[in-house]
Write a protein that binds this ligand. Sequence first.
Ligand code: OXD
Ligand code: MN
Length: 590
Amino acid sequence: MVQNDKAAAWVEEMAALCQPDQVVWCDGSDEEKERFYELSLKTGEFQRLDQEKLPGCYYHRSAQNDVARTEHLTFICTPTEREAGPTNNWMAPDAAYEKLRALFNGCMKGRTMYVIPFIMGPPGSPFCEVGIQLTDSLYVVQNMRMMTRMGNVALEQLRTNGKFTECLHSNGELDIDRRYICHFPQDNRIWSFGSGYGGNALLGKKCLSLRIASYLGRKEQWMAEHMLILGVEDPQGNTSYIAAAFPSACGKTNLAMLIPPDSMPGYKVYTVGDDIAWLRVGPDGRLWAINPEAGFFGVLPGTSMKTNPNAMLTMKKNTIFTNVVKADDNTVWWEGMGVDPPAHGTDWKGDEWTPERGEKGAHPNSRFTAPAAQCPVMSSHWEDPQGVPISAIFFGGRRSHLTPLIYETLDWNHGTFVGATMGSETTAAATSASGVLRRDPMAMLPFCGYNMADYFHHWLEMGKRIPHPPKIFNVNWFKKDDEGNYLWPGFGDNLRALEWALKRCRDEVEGTETPIGRLPRAQELNLSGLDLPGDTVEQLLTVDPDAWLEEVEGIEEFFQKFGDDLPQEFRDQAENLKRRLKAQEKIPVS
Ligand code: OXD
Ligand code: MN
């Protein structure tokens, strides 16, 4: 079946190492999908949900120690430690190969090795990359079927691309003490052992599309970013596209699927992607983006018809639900679903569960996997091979004080500095210490496949190559008043900030200059139909120079970890920001 000698030889070599009972090449067909689900019911990897209420939907429960990405077990294996940089775990390639070879040796005895050829990006796109994943997990196969374009279509693409990323995965024993997720950027190779969790095991996602792709992007002058992509159609029928980077727990999927408020008639928002963007300079000198994925792997708790109706409608069929409550009637439930819990069921651990027990039934990181094409507001351009042109880039985090609702940065370099210094407060769901500020440059801290200081240089270099760069904005939906109440309603009303940004892109509003950048004038923000109390807008748009000077101290402290590798441009940006804050002077507009 396979016509690529290198692929065939590699699969043979890995099969000799892992020693599966059989090797099965996946073709990506519907018949195969059904056959694998039937098989998985027998292996116990999936349970079938009520096919009347949830057609094509299946339930999976993971091992209890395998519910999230394990950053401390994730390694960048480059010849030198410097290439991996101060924010990544590093292992020398020889040592990593030796350690993992011992783990993979014979690990598939008694199991089947599935071969999944896959494409990240639309087939035929100049952006797309081919990978081949080997795995002993049917859960992984069925997830990859939705998250990527897989099977024969990828073998076809391999004929054009020629090269592919080698992705070797085994669940092993799902033992956290024998778990490693290793990336070998120079070898275009990923070896992942001991975890079946999405971010660790669906190797097309974070491992290829961010870590390996960020390395390739630097080499080949493009960018792989942890960004959603959305299109905004205004009442005149013009559509503009925005790419936005936020750390986890900041509502990326919700923003990507935003529903305009009733008080903004004529607006429509379309989803292009909710997690990853690959960006290239187009022939017209603008930055163009694709979503390399073909599905969503989204968090369930808190997702409801109120917070994200489009996500709820997306997962009505052909969806995998992982680690939620399975009700006795073979439906699913999670906290924050917005409907009454079932009277009785089993929780994510497999234990008997009733609401009265008072314990959470779904894991906080429980997930749905669904095909993107099922999203009711998927853009008609989401699979365009050349991508969509990006007018604006948004950075943002969860900041209860300091950062205004939205501001525009001065230019690409200042925008890069703002992205590199973004931080987000941790939430109680994510860690025991809530409200701690974690700096997460471009939301890429866990996903940059090489030295982050070099990544900063790459951003600055890219700026020189984009004749018509997008404007860069910073947003904060999470500012609070002195009593701890959110000042901004968020969700659909975030469109008001998007509208202002796009008006800035078309020069339709002027904003006002401040030491940190350009903020909306209150009257430029469309607040119709919003009943914000008292001085809320003023609070949302305040810049406190003293608080910002403290922020710069925190930024400079964070920068220290990059030593001499930090771009001089960033030191200059920090100095200039301090100078502007101290002088309260107006920012020169270029
Ligand atoms: C994700 C993540 O799952 O960023 O998308 O962790
Ligand atoms: Mn993500």
